[in-house]
Design a protein around this ligand. Sequence first.
Ligand code: ADP
Length: 499
Amino acid sequence: MRFKTIRSRVAIVATLFAVVLVATIAVGTYALVARGMQAAAIETAGLLADVAERVTRNTLDTARERAESAGMDREEAQAAMLAAMVEEPPAPFAEGLAYEGSFALHVIQQPGDEPVMVWGVGESHEAGDETLRMRAFTGDGPVADFPGAQPLIRGMFVRADLGVYSYYLPLELPGVHAAVLDVAYMPRDQEAILDATRLPITVLGLIALTGSLLAAMGTTRRAISLIDDLRRTADSVDVGVLDVRLPEEGGTEVVDLARSLNRLIDGLQRRNEVQARFIADASHELATPVAGIRGYVNILRAWGAEDPALQEEAVSAIDRESRRMARLCSDLLSLIRSEEQVEYRQIRYDINAVCREVLANAATRYLSKELRFTGPREGPLWLHGDPDRIEEALGILVDNACKYTPDGGSVSVTTRRSRDRVVVDVTDTGVGIPEEDLPNVFERFYRSDISRSQETGGFGLGLAIAKHIVDVSDGTISVRSTVGSGTTFEISLPRQRVR
Ligand code: ADP
């Protein structure tokens, strides 16, 4: 995992915060619950002891009163009290208490001896790890095991999970010097766990808190300084100053932003360069006919009046050059219009019909060259796109084919399906394009030497316009050619709308 991006750093900070928060809440809840349960255990044990004492005393007092009113001696009274306890065990402890588990008080009678009453607990109950015990003690110590013990009082006890609490309830019982009712709760050592974990959790929490604060501050400072750098550099970028690039170091999102902005500046710079070259090329192309016109105007001024033949020649040259200028202006306008951000239509059209239309127009224009035209003969081949734009592009290719093919040659347009695309080939038997010119023919104002020398009159803008139209239509255009035998331009278009 990389920790360079602002997102990952923020995630770490957030995780640290979350850990601290959850740990604090967990410890807090644990402490609260523990305290609550301890309180419940204390209260329950206290109530148990209280009730046990009261019930026991009542029973014994009643037995003693009965024995005294019957005029019994001490030993008889003790026996009667014991019998009362055995025969009429006190009612179960108060019903209002929510008890769980059970306990019992037992009367112990040693075989052969005087009955010795010892209060004890014969049953202890386990609930999970916890044990609630009620034990009785004689003066000689705790009473552990009495096989003959009779259950005297049965009751329930509340289960509590935390704390160690005992109530030693001294009982004065007949025949026993001292007996103690011990209500105790034997717990796990949660308190100790709490104590043991409190310090490390506090320290860890503080460390995590400090760490996350420092990390947050560091991340914020770094991000702000990167953004400051970007802003300063971006401020220095201007239309005329496009050789500035934003720093792309590190791996944060800010660097991604810098990369995107740099790409944008690259694009602007390229566009600027293309535009500058275009203006230079266009000015150059315009300068040639203007120079010609001016030259012939000078000739006319100097000798036109005396020499009608020269006058005629100059006027027709001026006419030719001005027509050339007009054509160049029209080509430039077509190029600019083709590059305007106008939406291309997306309609279903038959490409074969478009091809036939283009060929028919060319046949009319180039009638005098006696070319042989072949178009697609098949039925409709449907495409989605802008048929007018595609007709314009095909028109340029067919016009070139006618221009650069000697009289009597042939120009053909064929179409075929190729998976989800349609391929249109425009083939001629013309002069061809030298191999070294092939990569450049789609550039603006590019003309191969052959066509220049033949003075066919183009400005090298047609293929740039055609390529732009095909590009915007999500198609591709390519060329293959052999000098002296002919040229094929291939356009591949998607059958369905792409975007
Ligand atoms: P132009 O107006 O000069 O024809 P284009 O952009 O249409 O401009 O074509 C650029 C150059 O590519 C042409 O000047 C020519 O040298 C060459 N070219 C284009 N089409 C053909 C073709 N069918 N046969 C031979 N050369 C061609």
